[in-house]
Design a protein around this ligand. Sequence first.
Ligand code: HEC
Length: 151
Amino acid sequence: MKERYEAVLNNNPTGKKSLAELPKALVPGREAYLKSCIECHQADGKGVADTFPPLLNSSWVRSNPDTLLRIMLGGLMGPVEVAGVQYNSAMPGHSHASDEELASVASYVRFAFGGLKEQPISPEQVRALRPETEARKFNPWTVSELKNAAK
Ligand code: HEC
């Protein structure tokens, strides 16, 4: 775990190099990220070339928080452009995780990979999107559906 933490810290765009400098509120989010997202998006958020898109400097991470939460809850499939590169794969949803856990991951991801210094995402924001995810029968989103949902 320690090496993973160090890999995250050494690569994060905020320039925060030590655990002590990560805002305390975001520590659980980093732990949950290391558990649920790292295998594909990697500790440094750079993903894996041609396979898993990056979260680092991704407009999907930086824009509407609900869009990020929708992807996390429902998953994503089909063509998607991330930082100028096309991917066409599928990500499984994480609706099995609690509101608290998903909120904490989203807050960490927006801070560490999006460089956003905002109020953390709240569990209520996650809870509000659950009925919609259930109505979709947990089918992964497509890019056009996400754009419509964000209107
Ligand atoms: C099993 C591998 C896998 C896991 C685990 C995973 N993802 Fe993904 N993720 C993907 C793939 C593949 C895509 C692109 C899907 C496509 O091509 O439509 C993606 C796309 C995304 C996107 C939109 C594109 C981008 O890169 O910004 C976001 C945001 C995202 N994932 C966040 C997360 C977060 C946060 C977690 C942890 C809760 C997570 N993912 C867990 C594989 C994964």
